[in-house]
Design a protein around this ligand. Structure first.
Ligand code: GTR
Length: 422
């Protein structure tokens, strides 16, 4: 089956306005010690209406994030096509239909996405969680028809032969807990995931993935070129291109989910694509839901992340490693761009590296944008107790335990979905 999505005219992406004049270097930016006010434009104008927010401040913020942090938001592909590689209507103990879809969106040499989609039998069209995974679809199910990635995968993943960075069938089902397909379809939700490395392998200095389509010498990112987290987010949008045409999915009820570096991705993907109804970055930390102006000494810093993972962000973000007060935004502005769509930050107590208390501050500072849409109490007054979901429009959850995405975390995503996606 081949579907032409572009012909359906559904690729409406948000438009990013170019700033009126060139944006300055970090040393020419004012120092702002606390989070910059989300409703104040760079020129000092206060935003008080939804209209001005959507027409002025929101595009300004998007342009700033592109320029200084994630790099350019790539244009939408002219044509997106989908081919179902296999379908099993009796998968997941007969509870769901499992299929894998090859999504093509460029010339033949460009990467493709392989989207694994599980849909609850008899309960369609269903709300759907979508997001990238760390090492391949084959890791999240032992179904033997699921494709094994042929591109570079992280060497420490299950079933990867030492020193090869090649995925093998040994890995099948070894990370089924991270995307618990059956648990999700049993609750009446659909779920869709793809290997992030199919769009951009998680390593710097190699001309591969979407980076190979850019006119750059290998590894060279000098300014605001599209960085890896942005490519992953853009990949989520290509998955959405398909999902909104799939009859078994409700296109109005899509939630993006991701863990850690892929949680950073989920937040960015939600901010830059209004087709996504709910945004769930899990333990995403610095560069995601965690503030750059961090007050938590145990949390990852901009300096550290841009040193250890320079390719995740555009080169200009390194300017702010020694002085985050120069940033003309903080991560509350990214959450605010999602308004009025619900956003849930989920965390774990032992994962201070991801800065759970700082993430709550980010939600609080994003609230004024949500209030413009008439929600007078978009965020809880204080951090909820451990294990208890605060399900406001700017939701928050923290549990005991470590850095991981678990079946219990999925229960929380679905609890939030029961409120905001039903
Ligand atoms: C860490 C990184 C974090 C987080 C994490 C992950 O090494 O410092 O920002 O993204 O990796 O993705 O698991």
């Amino acid at each position: 089956m081949r579907l032409s999505l572009a012909s359906l005219g559904i690729l409406a992406m948000s438009v990013v306005a170019a700033p009126a004049e060139p944006l300055p270097q970090a040393d020419k930016l004012p120092s702002i010690a606390e989070f910059p006010d989300v409703l104040t434009m760079r020129d000092g104008t206060k935003i008080t209406t939804k209209k001005d927010w959507e027409e002025k401040r929101r595009p300004e913020l998007k342009a700033l994030f592109e320029h200084y942090m994630y790099g350019k938001f790539p244009a939408k592909p002219e044509k997106v096509t989908a081919k179902v590689l296999f379908e099993d209507a009796k998968a997941l103990d007969g509870k769901g239909t499992l299929r894998e879809v090859e999504i093509t969106f460029g010339p033949p040499e460009w990467p493709k996405i392989y989207l694994l989609v599980a849909v609850p039998n008899g309960k369609t069209p269903a709300a759907c969680f979508v997001g990238p995974n760390f090492g391949g679809n084959h890791l999240v199910t032992s179904h033997n028809k699921v494709r094994i990635p042929t591109v570079w995968v992280p060497g420490n993943g299950p079933g990867v032969e030492k020193g090869t960075n090649k995925a093998t069938a040994e890995g099948r089902g070894k990370q089924a807990d991270t995307w618990p397909l059956q648990q999700i379809v049993e609750k009446g939700y659909a779920v869709a995931t793809f290997y992030c490395g199919d769009i951009q392998p998680d390593r710097p200095n190699v001309k591969e993935g979407m980076r190979a389509t850019m006119p750059l010498p290998p590894g060279e990112l000098s300014g605001s070129e599209t960085a890896t987290v942005m490519w992953w987010a853009w990949g989520c949008h290509r998955a959405v291109d398909f999902l909104v045409t799939d009859k078994s999915i409700d296109p109005k009820r899509l939630a993006v989910v991701g863990h850690s570096r892929l949680g950073k991705t989920a937040l960015l993907a939600g901010a830059f694509d209004d087709r996504i109804a709910v945004v769930i970055p899990h333990q995403s930390g610095c560069g995601g839901a965690g503030p750059s102006r961090s007050k938590n000494a145990k949390a990852e810093t901009v300096k550290r992340i841009t040193t250890a993972f320079p390719h995740w962000f555009c080169a200009k973000f390194t300017w702010f490693g020694d002085d985050t007060t120069k940033l003309p935004f903080d991560q509350h502005c990214l959450a605010a761009i999602c308004a009025p769509r619900p956003v849930l930050f989920t965390n774990a107590e032992d994962d201070q590296w991801a800065n759970p208390p700082g993430q709550f501050d980010v939600l609080t500072a994003a609230a004024p944008a949500f209030k413009l849409y008439g929600d007078d109490k978009p965020v809880a007054a204080k951090v909820p107790e451990q294990g208890k979901l605060s399900d406001e429009r700017l939701g928050y959850f923290i549990r005991a335990g470590k850095h991981a995405m678990t079946p219990d975390d999925w229960k929380v995503y679905m609890q939030f979905g029961d409120k905001w996606l039903k």
